[in-house]
Design a protein around this ligand. Structure first.
Ligand code: ADP
Ligand code: MG
Length: 696
């Protein structure tokens, strides 16, 4: 093989031997075009040959815990589907053999499994053993299809068998062969990491070899934790490329001229007049930082972070007022109409006599109303503009847009953020994050921006008692709620949105069932129900009933998660709390405790109690977010549709956050020194995947 020519990592996979049209199509469908794409698709897991058990040796081993996970490799003998007599469940059964015995596998209500299994194909299965009617079996095991193959085609060329993400027909030994071929034919790229990152880690190609074909003496714990020096090399390459992109984008922004807002003593006086309260120290600091940006002549790009209830809205309003009072326009973008209406009411209240300068723009407005709003925005008559996505989608022409404030940013994609730039506008940006996130992640998520943190709550906040109640203890929750309602307060009840296809083992109570329960439990108190499928008008009307106090109980899915401000609400009950993320629950909790009396946050849940206890233990949103991230990973944490998150293959934003900090520092230095050819080349390759800045 040594005589064959080497390819750069940027060469097409189709250059490899053995890649015909079928494989090429499978690769392309999975975004794998080059050798680099193929090689950076790292194994997500390794199976140690020594941990593999023979079916004939399986049995109840007295010293093994009864939930011990065992791994077996077998060939499928038979697959069948049927329906159980009791409960009418779909049952999939498969028999596999490895020559020493036959093992039965069963799945309930997962008919797709039956379609994946084919007689004669190999499969690795992982799961605990159970004793069934017909002997030992595995119920609902995880599995990995390995394709066909005979004795001469052992999967186990080494001690560790790498397992890969599915790539259509390229599986099992065939996948290993492709990778092997790519490793043999790829040439070592020039070193482009700066010395401080390259020190102590193997070269790129050596790292790829170590991770695709771990030597038998590799440390399995290190492999599993993605903590080997080889992992570190590849993660550094991704994070450094990413950090370089951010640094360059920042340099570009610093070079742009922003609209400088001129402050005067009169302006300061007017802003002070708008304030309903004394600012907290944290609010004052954050606003000072914003003023410095707005007056600097550069374009502001700032993230305002703060725990729920820390008073971000007031700071944002002051920034808007500063622009609006000096002849510019400021837009506030929010994710939902409920929230848009509420912010509009708040701004109106703060503006008092000057409220005529405000305009609300929503998607489903009546045509005449919308025309009027658009005209007022175009003429500059409206200087405070509040709206949802409609602000991007409609033919909105601004007269003098100088500032965009985005509330609950992570619901907006990069695309919307870029939409205004498309209109030739280069306003200042203030981004408010609902969920506090660690600095390193903020950087990854938002790219280039400065941060202000509100680490102090306004005075007079009432304590919130948090309790976790078993479903059997729900009476306790209803009793507390009854007491609060009878004292003239209001209550939120939150139900998870439940998909009727849901296959959870615990029976779930949906919002209809909860409504029936609440009506029976609290017949004298007015109740309103809101959920995501409600028409905008109906939603606004029901919310208004609750905000005004006409309705005393609001039963909702998580549409209330963000921003609703009803100080008279002193109790919230969350049903099936295990269905929510920790940060989401913390946001929900922030809806109470805003009035003049102590409040209650009651979670009903029979599952996942250890995770939920975090909320009982602390009220610190930053700590909760950190825990949530560790438990769920950044993808889940920010929601699967989070468009802005870069797609890393070797790096993990939570696991590698210290490395990211190092890469940032290294990137700053590298840009100051001037980038090398190798660095520029690598950046060009990476920019699409990592959503980096344009490099010119
Ligand atoms: P969040 O940061 O969660 O968006 P809000 O901006 O909704 O918080 O503020 C929460 C509550 O605190 C609101 O009712 C607001 O009026 C009140 N608030 C904000 N700043 C102050 C302050 N400096 N003093 C007293 N109350 C304040
Ligand atoms: Mg808010």
């Amino acid at each position: 093989m040594a005589s064959l020519p080497l390819f750069p990592l940027t060469a097409k996979v189709t250059a490899l031997r053995g890649v015909g049209p079928v494989y090429a199509e499978a690769f392309e469908a999975n975004g794998i075009l080059t050798l680099k794409d193929l090689l950076w698709s790292l194994p997500y897991r390794y199976i140690d040959r020594g941990s593999l058990l023979k079916i004939g040796d399986l049995g109840f081993r007295p010293d093994a815990g009864d939930r011990e996970i065992v791994t077996v490799l077998g060939t499928v003998q038979d697959v069948r589907q049927s329906t159980t007599r009791v409960q009418r469940m779909n049952l999939t059964e498969a028999l596999i053999t490895d020559g020493t015995g036959v093992l039965r596998l069963v799945w309930f209500n997962q008919p797709h499994v039956g379609k994946l299994f084919r007689a004669g194909e190999r499969v690795l299965v992982f799961g605990p053993l159970a004793s069934g009617r017909l002997g030992l079996e595995m119920r609902g095991p995880a599995f990995e299809l390995m394709g066909r193959g005979g004795d001469e085609d052992s999967l186990w060329v080494r001690r560790y068998l790498p397992l890969y993400r599915k790539l259509g027909p390229v599986m099992g030994r065939a996948r290993q062969r492709m990778v092997q071929e790519a490793l043999a034919r790829a040439s070592e790229p020039g070193e482009w990491l700066p010395p401080e990152l390259a020190r102590g880690v193997p070269s790129t190609l050596a790292s790829l070899r170590l991770l695709h074909q771990p030597p038998d003496d590799s440390d399995p714990a290190e492999l599993d934790a993605h903590a080997s020096p080889a992992h570190r090399r590849l993660a550094s390459e991704e994070l450094f490329a990413f950090a370089l992109g951010v640094t360059l984008r920042r340099a570009g922004r610093m070079a742009r001229r922003g609209q400088a807002v001129a402050t005067t003593p009169e302006l300061r006086e007017r802003l002070r007049d708008y304030l309903p309260f004394r600012l907290t120290g944290a609010q004052r600091n954050a606003f000072r930082e914003i003023v410095a940006d707005l007056t600097s002549g550069r374009v502001m790009h700032r993230l305002l972070q703060g725990d729920v209830g820390s008073g971000k809205t007031l700071v944002a309003f002051l920034a808007m007022a500063m622009v609006a009072e000096t002849g510019g326009q400021a837009a506030l973008l929010v994710p939902t109409e409920v929230l848009a209406r509420q912010h509009a009411a708040t701004v109106q209240r703060l503006l008092k006599g000057a409220a005529g300068g405000m305009e609300l723009l929503l998607g489903p407005m009546k045509a005449a109303e919308k025309r009027k709003a658009l005209a007022r925005i175009a003429s500059g008559e409206a200087s405070y503009i509040i709206g949802t996505h409609a602000l991007f989608q409609e033919a909105v022409a601004f007269r003098q847009l100088q500032l965009v404030v985005v509330d609950e940013q992570h619901r907006f994609g990069v695309r919307q953020r870029e939409a205004l730039k498309q209109k030739g506008l280069d306003p200042h940006w203030l981004v408010m994050s609902a969920t506090p996130i660690p600095r390193s992640l903020a950087l990854a998520l938002f790219g280039d921006l400065e941060q202000s943190v509100l680490d102090e709550l306004p005075p007079g906040r009432q304590p919130i008692t948090t309790r976790l109640l078993e479903p059997g203890g729900a009476e306790r929750a209803w009793a507390i709620m009854e007491r609060e309602l009878n004292a003239g307060r209001q209550a939120f009840v939150v139900s998870p949105a439940i998909d009727p296809q849901d296959e959870a083992k615990v029976p779930l109570r949906d919002i209809q069932a909860m409504e029936a329960l609440l009506r029976a439990q609290f017949p004298v108190h007015e109740l309103r129900v809101v959920h995501g499928r409600l028409k905008a008008d109906a939603m606004a009307e029901r919310m208004e009933d609750f905000v005004s106090g006409r309705a005393r109980i609001l039963l909702a899915t998580t549409v209330i998660e963000v921003g609703v401000d009803v100080p008279n609400a002193s109790v919230m009950v969350v049903d099936h709390a295990e269905r929510f993320g920790l940060s989401q629950l913390h946001q929900l909790r922030g809806r109470v405790g805003r009035g003049s009396v102590p409040s209650h946050f009651l979670m009903l849940s029979g599952a996942d109690t250890e995770r939920l206890r975090v909320l009982v233990a602390t009220q610190d949103g930053f700590r909760i977010a950190q825990k949530d991230l560790e438990l769920r990973g950044p993808g889940e944490f920010f929601g699967t549709r989070q468009a802005g998150l870069p797609q890393f293959q070797a790096a993990d934003l939570v696991r590698d956050r210290q490395l990211l900090t190092l890469c940032r520092e290294a990137a700053d230095k590298a840009v100051q020194r001037g980038l090398s050819e190798a660095q520029l080349g690598w950046l060009k390759q990476e920019q699409a995947r990592l959503k980096l800045a344009e490099i010119s």
